[in-house]
Design a protein around this ligand. Structure first.
Ligand SMILES: [Zn+2]
Length: 283
């Protein structure tokens, strides 16, 4: 948990899952990344689904929703996600139910961030989970997810029609946007062209949720980026910008998929790679 002035931030864990280590680390040699993120026999590394929950006193703001329970049997074999109930369990632990969530902000619309908006019954019926929430997403990301412009994007957003169909209260953002007092989004690009980070500033501190710009603590090195990124050089630019803002304003940074660390305070600039001065562990 993190306190920033009047704002409380919990780091909900929507469960762990497994993804291909090579895809997560792009051009970084396996010999280097597997010292920090050991792969299993299927070459996959353990990933979390970290979803910040921002409580302002008036708003209950959830950032991303995890994978959910909508994967096909084949996809479940690949990603081996934990039960989707982990997210609602996390809400219950802080005294809330899905119907209490007022805002859901999506960093972007890949399946591991948007799939948790719905519950899929064994017969295939789709039921929205956050029934009272308004959903915030960049308009250009929404358009791209529903009308992908090439084969790679079509694969990356193949789940989007099913997930987005259940949402009926959507705010399509055009650029950096205020979500609530002291809570805003900032478009980062990089991982996806309209990927956005969520920034909280209150009481002289706060948080930048970096989402998939820095999915794990290993990706804090500027040159360690996922092969999924549509613009890896844009990811590097975004890291520099958000790291500088975090240091200047004493903001924590948080990661979407690290299997141990939900959030960290960066150490001072300098040295070979950014250091973590303090961490908030998962669980
Ligand atoms: Zn992700």
């Amino acid at each position: 948990m993190l306190q920033a002035g009047h704002i409380t931030i919990h780091f909900l864990n929507a469960g762990f899952w497994w993804d291909d280590g090579g895809a997560q680390f792009g051009i970084v040699p396996r010999e280097l990344w597997e010292k920090e993120k050991p792969a299993n026999a299927r070459h996959r590394i353990k990933m979390s689904l970290t979803c910040p929950l921002i409580l302002t006193g008036h708003e209950v703001i959830l950032v991303d929703t995890g994978i959910g329970n909508r994967l096909s049997e084949r996809e479940r074999q690949i990603y081996d996600p934990e039960p989707a109930t982990r997210l609602t369990d996390g809400l219950r632990e802080v005294g809330l139910a899905p119907g209490d969530v007022t805002h859901v902000v999506f960093s972007h619309l890949h399946f591991d961030h948007v799939g948790g908006v719905l519950d899929k019954s064994p017969s295939g019926d789709l039921r929205p989970i956050f029934t009272k929430a308004r959903f915030y997403i960049q308009k250009a990301e929404w358009d791209l997810a529903l009308t992908p412009t090439d084969e790679r994007l079509a694969a990356a957003y193949r789940h989007a029609p099913e997930c987005l169909r259940v949402l009926d209260n959507v705010a399509l953002l055009e650029g950096d946007s205020a979500i609530a007092p002291a809570v805003r989004t900032a478009v980062s690009g990089g991982h996806a062209d309209w990927h956005q980070c969520v920034i909280v500033e209150a009481g002289g501190t706060g948080l930048i949720h970096l989402a998939d710009i820095v999915p794990t603590t290993s990706h804090i090195r500027l040159a360690w980026n996922a092969a999924y990124d549509t613009n890896p050089l844009g990811t590097i630019t975004a890291k520099k910008r958000f790291f500088a803002e975090a240091r200047a304003k004493h903001l924590w940074v948080s990661f979407s998929h690290d299997d141990h660390v939900a959030a960290a305070l960066l150490g001072p600039e300098g040295g070979k790679a950014p250091q973590l001065a303090e961490t908030i562990r998962i669980g």
